[in-house]
Design a protein around this ligand. Structure first.
Ligand code: FES
Ligand code: FES
Length: 215
């Protein structure tokens, strides 16, 4: 599920179409979109694979550190982070670009780590949930907001939501609740705890604004 697909869930669907027309549109458009999405993803992964077949021992920049790691040609970033580098804060849910649990930042942009080949992000800045807190241990405002509002139930989805929210408020420091919902709409929560999650993320954005004023 793409960020936009998920956004339509959060934001509600079309309301003015006759039901029959709407269903026809969903069936036709949905099948086309799914097929196109699968094809594009396959093509992208193949292209990334071709680009990454030369050398297995690579250097990645993860959370501000250079990490040497042996990476298979078809290996995803989520696999490398979790099973080679021990960064298990990045979760694997669907493993097919639908849930957002694996979201990390690549050059400050949220990416689904389950659907990015590690070889394609050499020489890029990768940030995971483990790299958010400051050197003195101060949590990122989004993390602090979650602690204050107790925003998640099982929290399996939490690190993905946090990474998406961190990227979103960096560009939109004063979002409305609706804008924030759209900003993290590529992340799904199986516990369906969205109301509390949004409250926590709003609190995080508020803390970030306070810190920016003091700086
Ligand atoms: S594990 Fe679900 S999007 Fe990556
Ligand atoms: S809090 Fe359980 S999956 Fe989100």
């Amino acid at each position: 599920m793409s960020h936009d697909d998920a956004a339509s869930i959060h934001g509600g669907g079309p309301t003015n179409l006759p039901r029959r027309t709407f269903i026809k549109g969903v069936i036709a458009g949905g099948v086309a979109a799914s097929s196109a999405g699968y094809f594009l993803r396959s093509s992208a992964l193949s292209a990334q694979a071709r680009a990454g077949t030369v050398e297995r021992l690579v250097t990645l920049e993860v959370n501000g550190q250079s990490r040497r790691v042996d990476v298979a040609p078809q290996e995803t970033l989520a696999t490398t982070l979790r099973y080679k580098l021990g960064l298990t804060g990045t979760k694997l849910g669907c493993d097919r670009a639908e849930c957002g649990a694996c979201t990390v930042l690549v050059d400050d942009v949220p990416r689904y780590a389950c659907s990015v080949l590690t070889h394609s992000v050499r020489n890029r800045r990768i940030q995971t949930i483990e790299g958010l807190q400051a050197a003195d241990g101060t949590l990122h405002p989004i993390q602090q907001g979650i602690i204050e509002e107790q925003g998640f139930q099982c929290a399996f989805c939490m690190s993905g939501f946090v990474m998406s929210a961190v990227a979103f408020i960096a560009k939109n420091p004063n979002p409305t609740r609706e804008e924030l919902a759209h900003g993290v709409s590529g992340n799904l929560c199986r516990c369906q705890d969205y109301d509390k999650i949004l409250t926590a993320l709003e609190r995080g954005a508020e803390i970030a604004r306070g810190a920016a004023r003091e700086a």
